[in-house]
Design a protein. Structure first.
Length: 226
């Protein structure tokens, strides 16, 4: 039995078909679910991981691959939790693996959890930023979303020049998840530099209404320009 099968055996005991229908509907019926609530899933996965002693072992990409291949969405969540626990072991060569995960079984729930892992890698290996630059104009909008939001936790270390460049490269995009990402990234940076963000928003009317509204949430009227 592989480690993934061991985890699967623990989770299968918690399957709730009725709850699974509702959870799948919430995700527009794109994925099957076991129907296990987050807190219960996390506890069960933690017990399974502990029984395998995985926290003390090197990062196992094969485990992540096997969990990602399983049909129920909860297994992708467990894979992501595992990657976050093992984030200190991520190295430059794992960048391509994260790209694979971003572009397979893609939806906001997994993509937004992978974005901070990309952020960890580029801070650790700045040469990878060239590849994120390429994502910012990629035909796959999930990669573009990650490029835009990967700095959300950077705070004062945010590369604002790069952030603004990514935003402008995607300003005319009509995809909801791109427009929302732009507003989210700008709003997060506005917590530090409200003037810079409000000035940027009002200087670029090509930004969508959604992006503008999201970016300016929480900024006092003191910073607004008419």
């Amino acid at each position: 039995m592989t480690n993934a099968h061991h985890i699967q055996a623990h989770l299968e005991l918690l399957r709730d078909p009725a709850r699974a229908v509702a959870m799948s509907a919430y995700m527009r019926n794109q994925f099957a679910f076991l129907g296990v609530p987050a807190t219960i899933r996390q506890a069960a996965a933690k017990n399974a991981v502990s029984s395998l002693d995985l926290t003390k072992k090197p990062l196992e990409l094969e485990l992540v691959k096997e969990l990602w291949a399983l049909p129920e969405r909860e297994y992708q969540y467990i894979a992501l939790d595992y990657l976050h626990v093992k984030s200190k072991q991520l190295e430059a060569h794992h960048f391509a693996f994260l790209e694979f995960l971003i572009t397979h079984k893609s939806w906001w729930d997994t993509v937004d959890s992978l974005a901070p892992l990309v952020g960890i890698l580029v801070k650790r290996y700045p040469d990878l930023l060239e590849r994120v630059d390429a994502w910012a104009v990629h035909h796959n909008f999930w990669l573009r979303r990650v490029a835009i939001i990967h700095q959300l936790r950077f705070k004062k270390e945010t590369d604002i020049t790069r952030l603004f460049a990514y935003v402008l490269q995607n300003a005319s995009d009509k995809e909801f998840f791109i427009r929302k990402a732009i507003g989210w990234a700008l709003r997060e940076y506005a917590k530090l530099e409200p003037n810079a963000v409000s000035d940027f928003v009002f200087e670029h009317p090509e930004l969508s209404g959604l992006s503008r509204r999201e970016a300016l949430k929480g900024i006092s009227d003191l910073y607004f320009r008419k």
